[in-house]
Design a protein around this ligand. Sequence first.
Ligand SMILES: C[S@@+](CC[C@H](N)C(=O)[O-])C[C@H]1O[C@@H](n2cnc3c(N)ncnc32)[C@H](O)[C@@H]1O
Length: 246
Amino acid sequence: MPAETIDVIVTSPPYNIGLSYRTYADRREEEDYLDWMMEVAASLRRVMRPDGSFFLNISGSSAQPWLPFELVVRMRELFVLQNHITWVKSISVGEESFGHFKPMNSQRYLHRGHEHLLHFTLDGDVLLDRLNAGVPYQDKSNIARRGHRQDRRCRGDTWFIPYETVRGRSEKFDHPGTFPVALPEQCIRLHGRKKAKVLDPFMGTGTTLLAAQRMGCSGVGIDIDEDYVAIARRRLVEDWLDKTDQ
Ligand SMILES: C[S@@+](CC[C@H](N)C(=O)[O-])C[C@H]1O[C@@H](n2cnc3c(N)ncnc32)[C@H](O)[C@@H]1O
């Protein structure tokens, strides 16, 4: 790919936690995994525009909690960590619970309800469109009090994005590790440039490209598994036809 051509990268690589992808074996020696991720990151740095944003979604497992942090530290060689967003998949507020709860049988570990979404840039000074990804004020009197011209404030760095409810794995395209389309949508919105060129080098079922398409952006997706690529193509075509039907 040509250098300095990509505006936004949103990706979720394999986490090295033993998920059963169709082709890729998600269990390497830890050092080998980290070296591989750094090799990928260097390639991504090359294709990013100087004002580009790279959103990396990563998580560990309860038994391997250090890995994502070790990766972040190594990424300092290549990037500035401009924002650290916490993607909340499920949460309890008081006695009420929101989002998908996957029971886990353990007396040691808590239910894992969040993942990391790391926003890397080349120099840490990329301007974002915070209101484009923002939320309305709860208390409308704050609009004038804070000197805003519109009913919109920054969403902050904690994003509650639950999974869409599905009844079985087939509705998740038989892929073990997808993210909801609202996640890349929010990243593209935050980056804010119209008709951005979006890349997902580990696209799986094409969720990032779907978000890009819905937002009038162009996209490039890569996956090692041909069946996932076929699913991604199908999703994009179906979504496009749905839109043109309306
Ligand atoms: C966590 S999943 C991404 C899922 C995606 N975000 C979605 O919503 O469908 C990681 C993907 O990386 C792919 N992968 C593993 N090794 C790869 C490689 N060397 N090149 C490209 N893709 C690879 C796997 O096949 C898997 O689909």
